[in-house]
Design a protein around this ligand. Structure first.
Ligand SMILES: [Fe+2]
Length: 386
């Protein structure tokens, strides 16, 4: 095993530099102390080291690279720390440890409908490779279709539970989209449903939506989907000021009926700390009275209306007929959906829906990836999709 003693000049007051493949890289001593392999309990896999239990902040007196480990001798501790060099390399290059679920979003446009990932329910339930393909598509594309759903009453929860627990909403664990006599939501009428994301009035709007089509024999009623992240990125290019105003200010939403009164503020365009678009929130039928300062609204409304109009453009919209036996799954913080109106007495249209969580989706994908199921499209799928 190769041992390389680190030079005293590497050891600074609050941290040290380590020679890595990308060059000398600085790490803080507290961070290194917490990265020691002994800090994680192998049974519970939780952190069992309390940095505040040390009499002083850690400071190295010597360090060496020994095989695949950085070994640090501390001034005020008898035991050295062992930190994997691989972790240091990941943090040096990515800024954080590797995450198999941190997959880049594939923005998509109107021509993508035929290429949505389709996997049968049987495969999702029984084959981890198919489950990985589905969950990966939901992370990358934000949408996928499960085909050949079983017709029994437990079919939808069986599918959802293979990805994550069902998260309830005001409607309960499930909701039925069909014409109702006294609807609590415009979705439960035969009218057109403008492009929206679901339930923005909740503090944390539902993460992943499942829509299982049980019956659809009506005239009209085509389902509409678009990639809100693709529209937001197009707005950033075409009108950066409009993008900024929608990404920086929150507007109010509600969901109100006899037995509930939800209210929350959301940003129409969600970005992460790196400025990347992570999603959108839009719902004119659940939008509350705007409460931004009136002078700011002079700038906000033109940007907002521009974004709404973009979401009606053919370059972004995918239209398709929901078919009985299919379940569309989509990221409710990214994929904007709607429906064309239909003739109520022309047949039956019944969709059953529920929600799960984006964190649960990523958790399921990480576990599958750890088992070697990365979800890359199978060869025959690539040929079919080409
Ligand atoms: Fe909806």
């Amino acid at each position: 095993m190769t041992v390389t003693l680190l030079n005293d000049t590497s050891l600074l007051d609050s941290g040290m530099t380590v020679p890595l493949s990308s060059g000398e890289t600085y790490f803080n001593y507290c961070w290194l102390r917490e990265a020691c392999l002994t800090c994680i309990d192998p049974q519970t896999r939780e952190r069992i080291f309390d940095l505040a239990s040390l009499p002083e902040l850690p400071r190295a007196r010597a360090a060496r690279v020994q095989g695949k480990l950085l070994v640090i001798e501390w001034r005020h501790e008898a035991q050295p720390s062992h930190v994997p060099i691989a972790l240091l390399e990941e943090v040096a290059t990515r800024g954080r440890p590797a995450d198999p679920a941190d997959l880049p979003r594939h923005l998509w446009y109107a021509d993508h409908g035929a290429r949505f990932t389709r996997v049968s329910q049987q495969a999702v339930l029984n084959d981890p490779a198919a489950r990985a393909q589905l969950t990966r598509a939901l992370i990358e594309d934000g949408i996928a279709i499960v085909t050949n759903m079983a017709e029994d009453g437990e079919s939808l929860p069986r599918l959802v539970n293979s990805i994550g627990p069902i998260t309830p909403s005001a409607e309960g664990l499930f909701f039925d989209v069909r014409v109702e006599i006294e609807p609590t939501n415009l979705a439960f009428t035969a009218g057109p449903l403008e492009m929206h994301t679901d339930l923005p009035g909740e503090e944390a709007a539902p993460g992943v939506q499942f829509l299982h089509c049980l019956q659809n024999t009506v005239e009209g009623g085509l389902s509409l989907f678009l990639d809100g992240a693709a529209v937001a990125e197009a707005l950033r290019v075409e009108d950066p000021e409009a993008f900024d105003v929608l990404a920086n200010y929150k507007i109010p939403f509600f969901y109100r009926h006899d037995a509930w009164d939800y209210r929350a503020h959301q940003r129409v365009i969600e970005t992460d700390p790196e400025g990347r678009v992570t999603g959108v929130t839009i719902s004119q039928h659940l939008q509350d009275t705007m409460d931004l300062p009136q002078e700011l609204l002079d700038r906000y409304y033109p940007a907002f209306v521009k974004f709404l109009k973009m979401m009606q453009e053919d370059r972004f919209l995918v239209r398709f007929r929901s078919e009985a036996g299919n379940c569309v799954i989509f990221d409710n913080h990214r994929i904007v959906h709607g429906r064309e109106g239909y003739v109520a007495d022309s047949g039956m249209r019944h969709l059953r829906g529920c929600y799960s969580d984006r964190g649960a989706l990523r958790s399921t994908y990480r576990v599958l990836a750890r088992q070697g199921y990365l979800g890359q499209p199978a060869e025959q799928d690539v040929q079919q999709r080409a």
